[in-house]
Design a protein around this ligand. Structure first.
Ligand code: OTU
Length: 628
């Protein structure tokens, strides 16, 4: 660690000094943090240190086309952490290299039936949720996954803790170390509601229906706590250096259990500034840069992934900017592309995807997007507002149309999702539903409807697999699982519309031949296998949009030779007319995901996606169309 400490200490000091240097005692605090980091390193196992070394020797190890992420709830996927271990062969059969397990640390047990935001209200960073297993099980799981080439990713919920976390309890008791009130300073507390108002007017709302507002009066504190999410999730106060140190050490402790990737939950919200929406603040990026230095020094095999659901222009800074370019998070959700792909699907117009891709810069080396279709959250429409600012109504009508379409409220809609946190009299918010429900697999009645629905599944996942980055499969999508229709009130974690897309996993063993589940599995496995075979799919290969004659079609090139074309509409469209440039050099292509020859007479079927390689470049790949 000595060498790495020398290498990165300056950066760490620089970021933390900018955040906390003005306070008395900074030097002593910084020295203590460095000592604590050394302790964490001392506790790091030989296996994990070896992993660190091998990853340092291979920077960007996660950016290859081999990378494939899978996201699942422990209980719904496999019961317990031990159960997840038993599912490793299945994960491997998909080609998974990275498993994101939704929160499994000890969560809030409080009143109201123990509501804990699906585990996102953390009561302890150092314990596993008892129903899911133990810390020993976690170590066993991470080791087993690692043996099979799969990295475990955990949610690291660093913006807030539950109101029964030890820090919150200490704040309620009004005691801190040395009998002081110091744990109150772990949170943003206000004595008078008037003090919250100067912030409130500029803030957005995450759950405007079920948790309106951003502040909660807490009797035990006799104060208003900042609660961006649910009232029982208290935002941490990062202007207090002790919060940063405790969080950094908690992260390292989990890294020492073998967690390799940290999904930094709600990363945009870490710093509050009057007169702003308190997202994406410069200090928020300094906090993340400092965290990156901490892992670069102690556990350099570890990756940080930003979960910042923000407009596309706000996303690149999560990879670092200026002198910190490439020195912040390794990965970030491409949430704008995800939302844009759903809007484009509803509108049968690829324009929004094009705009978002245009606004997505090439990333610094050693960085990659996390590309996805669905996750455990809603599709949040408002991230597209900047792209819609030229619309006379700021995009209200277009977004509302898309939301209504996916809620199945538009005549002729194939989708069976539901709107989230929206009221007819209020602007659009989010959409819930499993992919299969949103693309129409669940509602298809005729074989043609089903074929179209599967084309849309292939289009949506094909985009996530080809746009550049590590693609993520959300548990159940690979088996075309539909929505969970158990009533919200029966849900153990409290009523939350997002549970619509959090069903129990249909075990692969239960997949019936020729069922939708079986078909979906073939579609996704095919995309995965082909992607893995194409070097141009690496995250660091350039993505270049190609001009088209119709916005119903999206076309882009990956690297030098791979051309991706997608028809977002229900029209049949001659490829030659839609993307004339494709055939410029007289090339004939092979569609790697459709196993067809593609020449200038090729017609894109409704919602068809093709991945084109010049036949000259496929010399080793037998073309089924040309084999006698
Ligand atoms: C994240 O998400 C989690 O993914 C949610 O499951 C949690 O409820 C939330 O944090 C609080 O921990 O804006 O950038 O569906 O998109 O809450 C963070 C709404 C977020 C989520 C939003 C969210």
């Amino acid at each position: 660690m000595e060498g790495r400490f020398k290498q990165h200490r300056g950066r760490l000091h620089h970021a933390l000094h900018r955040l906390y240097g003005h306070g008395a005692g900074f030097d002593g605090w910084f020295a203590q943090l460095c000592d604590d980091m050394a302790d964490r390193f001392a506790a790091r196992s030989p296996e994990l240190r070896a992993l660190d070394r091998s990853r340092l020797a291979q920077p960007g190890w996660f950016t290859s086309p081999q990378s494939l992420a899978y996201s699942a709830y422990v209980d719904k996927f496999a019961g317990t952490l031990r159960g997840v271990e038993d599912q490793i062969p299945y994960l491997k059969s998909l080609g998974t290299t990275y498993l994101h397990l939704l929160p499994f640390l000890r969560a809030r047990e409080g009143p109201n039936g123990g509501e804990n935001d699906g585990g996102f209200a953390i009561a302890s960073f150092d314990e596993v949720q008892p129903a899911l297993g133990t810390m020993q099980d976690l170590r066993s799981l991470t080791a087993a996954l690692r043996r099979d080439g799969i990295s475990l990713c955990t949610d690291f919920i660093l913006n807030h803790v539950a109101d029964d976390h030890i820090w919150a309890l200490a704040a309620k008791r009004g005691q801190g170390e040395q009998g002081q009130d110091s744990y109150r300073d772990y949170f943003h507390l206000f004595d008078r509601v008037q003090d919250t108002e100067k912030f409130a007017n500029h803030l957005g709302q995450i759950f405007p229906e079920t948790a309106p507002g951003n502040f909660t009066f807490v009797d035990d504190l006799q104060a208003w706590a900042w609660t961006t999410f649910y009232p029982y999730q208290w935002d941490l106060n990062y202007s207090n250096p002790r919060v940063f140190a405790d969080i950094a050490l908690a992260l390292l402790h989990l890294a020492n259990q073998g967690v390799e990737i940290f999904r930094l939950d709600s990363a945009a919200f870490l710093w509050k500034r009057e007169g702003t929406n308190c997202m994406n603040q410069p200090e928020c990026h300094l906090i993340l840069q400092a965290l990156r230095c901490v892992v670069d020094i102690v556990a350099p095999g570890v990756l940080l992934k930003a979960e910042a659901i923000v407009p596309v222009n706000e996303l690149p800074p999560y990879f670092g900017a200026g002198e910190a370019l490439g020195a912040q998070c390794h990965l970030a959700y491409n949430s704008s592309l995800m939302t844009a792909s759903w809007l484009s699907l509803a509108e049968q117009d690829a324009d929004m995807v094009c705009r978002v891709m245009q606004a997505t810069p090439r990333l610094p080396p050693g960085c990659a997007w996390l590309t996805y279709v669905r996750c455990h959250d809603d599709i949040g429409w408002n991230v597209l507002r900047p792209e819609l600012q030229d619309e006379p109504d700021g995009g209200d009508v277009r977004l509302a149309r898309a939301a209504n379409f996916f809620a199945g409220k538009t005549p002729g809609s194939y989708a069976t999702g539901a709107s989230f946190q929206a009221r007819p009299d209020r602007q659009v918010h989010g959409t819930n539903g499993m992919t299969a429900a949103l693309v129409g697999i669940s509602s298809a009645k005729t074989s043609q409807q089903l074929a179209h629905a599967f084309a849309r599944l292939k289009l949506m996942y094909g985009l996530a697999m080809s746009a550049g980055g590590t693609p993520l499969i959300y548990m159940g999508d690979e088996l075309a699982q539909g929505n969970d229709h158990r009533p919200a009130c029966a849900w153990p974690l409290g009523a939350d519309g997002r549970q619509l897309h959090r069903p129990d996993f249909l075990k692969s063993a239960a997949v019936v031949p020729a069922s939708n589940a079986a078909t979906a599995l073939v579609v996704l496995k095919n995309l995965i296998a082909v992607r893995k075979s194409l070097p141009d799919m690496a995250a660091d290969c350039a993505t270049t949009l190609l001009p088209t004659n119709t916005t119903r079609v999206l076309a882009f090139r990956r690297g030098e030779r791979l051309t991706v074309v997608a028809n977002f509409s229900d029209d049949s469209i001659p490829l030659f007319q839609a993307v004339p440039g494709v055939f410029e050099n007289g090339s004939i292509f092979h569609d790697r995901i459709g196993y067809t020859r593609v020449d200038p007479s090729f017609i894109l079927a409704p919602w068809q996606m093709v991945w084109l390689m010049p036949t000259s470049a496929c010399n080793n790949q037998a073309d089924p169309m040309e084999t006698p």
